[in-house]
Design a protein. Structure first.
Length: 287
């Protein structure tokens, strides 16, 4: 009897899983100005660094200590690694917060959220579609930066082995493989920011509030990690492990820090995503 009632309440041919296809949502987001601007900024960063190194000359070592930044002009692989190093702490946080924090809040600010749900698009389906596309765009942003950096760095400094500041080098093929590992880890480490932004997006009608809140909380995490008085409590902060990927570009890579960082990030992200789905399912939609 209940089955007949459920069928009567929905139109013939209606399939919840067919509503709001991913390709439709992806095309919508790709056409938005903020997506194009963010992509242009990330693509421009390697060009800016090349000009900076050209003006400033060879980075060289300071106080006899060679850092990753000092090897930036050694090869295209080194230049790509430096681009990831200077952007992982903050610049790459912004597209993640932007794409994930602008998901639900933007629809609410446009007063189109209730019409989407009245289509009817199930709430869980709406969230999954929005989140999948947002994470896909975030990953694309993190892939775009090193790809452009490798192309620009190779044109400027040539393609060769990745010179390691502590001594030794990785062959070009090995360096490419390790950079893929680095990109994957940077993406995973940013899942906490994605979770914060997505959760806040389900709580507010102001996209800038969700984006700014996620960026602000990420900065707070970085500040807390700098407080050495916290001791081992810092091990539970995602920010504490954000540069653990440096262990992957060593002759003998160490995976312990990356494993711990991955576990911490995924745990926090899953909790935040679960809170977003749970809260949105019970929320009264008036926008």
């Amino acid at each position: 009897m209940s089955t007949l009632v459920e069928r009567a309440e929905t139109a013939d041919g209606y399939r919840a899983r067919h509503t709001l296809p991913l390709r439709v949502e992806l095309l919508r987001q790709l056409k938005r100005r903020r997506t194009l601007v963010m992509g242009a900024i990330l693509a421009a960063l390697p060009l800016v660094l090349v000009v900076a190194f050209a003006i400033g000359g060879d980075p060289g070592s300071r106080n006899g200590q060679v850092t990753l930044m000092d090897t930036a002009t050694a090869s295209g692989a080194n230049f790509a690694a430096v681009n990831l190093f200077v952007s992982a702490g903050f610049l790459l946080v912004i597209p993640v917060a932007l794409f994930c924090g602008d998901t639900i809040a933007s629809e609410a600010s446009w007063s189109s959220l209730r019409y989407l749900l009245a289509a009817p698009v199930p709430r869980a389906r709406l969230l999954w579609s929005k989140l999948t596309v947002a994470l896909g765009l975030s990953l694309a942003a993190m892939v775009l930066l090193p790809i452009v950096a490798i192309a620009v760095g190779t044109a400027a400094y040539g393609w060769g082995p990745l010179e390691i500041p502590t001594g030794g080098a990785l062959s070009a093929g090995t360096a490419a493989q390790r950079l893929l590992v680095v990109i994957a880890y940077v993406f995973v480490s940013q899942l906490v920011t994605a979770g914060l932004a997505f959760w806040l997006s389900t709580k507010t009608d102001a996209p800038l509030g969700a984006v700014g809140g996620a960026v602000g909380l990420t900065i707070v995490g970085n500040v807390l990690d700098a407080v050495t008085a916290l001791g081992h409590w810092r091990d539970f902060l995602p920010a504490h492990w954000q540069f653990a990927w440096a262990d992957a570009i060593q002759p003998n890579p160490e995976w312990g820090g990356m494993i711990q960082g991955t576990a911490i990030s995924i745990t926090y992200a899953l909790v935040l995503f679960a809170l977003a789905f749970r809260g949105f399912r019970r929320k009264d939609i008036v926008s």
